[in-house]
Design a binder for this molecule. Structure first.
Ligand code: NAD
Length: 487
């Protein structure tokens, strides 16, 4: 069985407490690896290594830092199969998706920030004939990077790449449920010759490793992606220490379909938005609003498409939907399906375990793609994040009504709208309270754009210049012109 180690100061270290956590393969329920159950002492070691490495890494010319990160990207691409296989076994997602989305995006994250730092500029202000002010943007030191299980390598590298590119060193804490790709990444760091201590990976529970990072006095920058409740805890604990943070949290995203949309494209996009990665993407369109004129036809076709999705072994290339991350998470999702019935919902397909699973997957954590109609907009199922293969569908009459409903949850991460009317598209996009609005598409990402949420979906933005600025500290230097010539 695979036993993972922490990666600290460029070497592999067992957790100081000697304890390990069992890691289950979601598709089978079997334990397949042991994850260090690290604690504050391991975090102390990692932070100390990152602190020692910081001055040298911060002084390393941008072109050299860039080259090392490009080497990492290239090696991830060269090891696509190995990474995708690990991601698939760790998360339960289809291998096909890990190959097409997660792993290429991890490489793209490194490529993007490795090249971005070669083209930065900073501001300069002339104060009349008196002085010149310029802004230095300097790395902040040791960054603490905490990520969730749903897109493990994709989201962790979305933090590691800008942190390292801008000259910070880092301690990364992947989710304890999906540690393997972070372990493989650490192997690549050794291979490309990343200086020891620049990136450290400490595995373990959020309550121990995550909490120790959040309150560590040397960690000045925190980048967190995960649940809203955890984000609130982190904000509470880090605020008195005046740390700079971004919190990327949950979502309950509306997907608004107007009658003048291109029907088939919208249907395909809505199915993807609802069920991609078993619905375990923070950006999933889990609340579908369809204009009355096309509601019956759209609903019928949606159910047909949901039923046709192949739920099965994530390693099978024919599988569209794999297993949920854990037994506990499956229970949470099933709990919401029971609640949906109590709240007056009509389950049109799915609603429990899929009927046919291969023998290897009998102990896996599966829920079939589920479509629910007839729920009130303000019920719990329509307001709370479920994070599973579940979509609710509601007909609407007017633009005003659907905007109000779309904005009615405590979340504001993303929204999609589908229409052939350009004026309406822009008008509605402006009024949707979300960090990202997609028009006639879903999850189309340009890494230069700001990414993040409003309301309880988070604080701060990642991506592009936002990330370069987040991981650096602006310092204003004011140079007064001489008033007399030197002798
Ligand atoms: P989670 O909040 O349970 O865990 C996220 C990470 O935080 C894990 O590494 C965990 O170990 C750690 N953690 C837990 N408690 C901690 C604590 N007290 N202090 C410090 N760290 C702690 O979330 P999850 O279940 O892994 O992920 C699913 C959630 O993530 C969903 O709500 C989803 O919407 C959200 N998410 C958001 C985005 C986004 O970009 N906004 C992206 C992906 C996932």
């Amino acid at each position: 069985m695979l036993t993972l180690a922490n990666f600290i100061d460029g070497e592999w270290r067992a957790p100081l407490g000697g304890a390990y956590l069992p890691n289950h393969e979601p598709a089978t329920g079997e334990v397949y690896s042991q994850v260090p159950d690290s604690d504050g002492r391991d975090v102390d070691q990692a932070v100390a290594a990152a602190r020692r490495a910081f001055p040298g890494w911060a002084r390393t010319p941008a072109a050299e830092r860039s080259q090392l990160l490009l080497d990492l990207a290239q090696r991830i691409e060269a090891n696509l199969d190995r990474f995708a296989q690990a991601e698939c076994v760790d998360t339960g997602k289809p291998l096909r998706l890990a190959r097409a989305l997660d792993i290429p995006r991890a490489a793209a994250n490194f490529r993007y920030f490795a090249t971005a730092i070669l083209h930065t500029e900073s501001e300069c202000y002339r104060t009349d004939q008196l002085a010149l002010n310029y802004v230095l943007r300097q790395p902040r030191g040791v960054a603490g990077l905490i990520s969730p299980w749903n897109l493990p390598l994709y989201l962790l590298t979305w933090k590691i790449a800008p942190a390292l590119a801008t000259g910070n060193t880092a301690v990364a804490k992947p989710s304890e449920l999906t540690p393997v790709t972070a372990h493989l990444l650490a192997e690549l760091c050794q291979q490309v010759g990343l200086p020891p201590g620049v990136l450290n990976v400490v595995h373990g529970l959020g309550s121990k490793v995550g909490a120790a990072l959040v309150t560590h006095p040397t960690v000045r920058t925190l980048s967190f992606t995960g649940g809203t409740r955890t984000g609130a805890d982190i904000a509470r604990n880090a605020a008195p220490l005046f740390k700079k943070m971004t919190l990327e949290l949950g979502g309950k995203n509306p997907n608004v379909v107007f009658a003048d949309c291109t029907f088939e494209e919208t249907l395909a996009g809505s199915v993807r938005a609802a069920f991609e990665n078993q619905g375990e993407i923070c950006l999933c369109g889990s609340r579908l609003f369809v204009e009355e004129a096309i509601y019956p036809r759209f609903l019928e076709r949606l159910v047909e498409r949901a039923k046709a999705l192949q739920v099965g072994d994530p390693l099978d290339p024919a599988t569209d939907q794999g297993a949920l991350i854990s037994a506990a998470h499956r229970e949470k999702v099933l709990g919401y399906l029971r609640l949906a019935v109590e709240e007056g919902g009509r389950i049109l397909c799915g609603g429990g375990a899929p009927p046919l699973l291969p023998p290897r997957c009998q102990g896996g954590y599966y829920v079939a793609p589920t479509v629910i109609a007839d729920l009130p907009v303000n019920c719990r199922v329509n307001q709370e994040e479920i994070f599973g293969p579940v979509v609710t569908v509601t007909p609407f009459r007017t633009e005003t009504e659907v905007i109000e409903w779309a904005n009615s949850t405590p979340y504001g991460l993303s929204a999609s709208l589908w229409t052939g009317d350009l004026a309406r598209a822009h008008r509605v996009a402006e009024q949707l309270d979300a960090g990202t609005v997609w028009i006639n598409c879903w999850l189309l990402r340009d890494l230069r754009t700001p990414f993040g949420g409003t309301k309880q979906s988070g604080v701060g933005r990642e991506g592009g210049d936002e990330a370069l600025r987040f991981f650096t500290e602006p310092k204003t230097v004011c140079l007064k012109y001489a008033t007399e010539s030197p002798r």
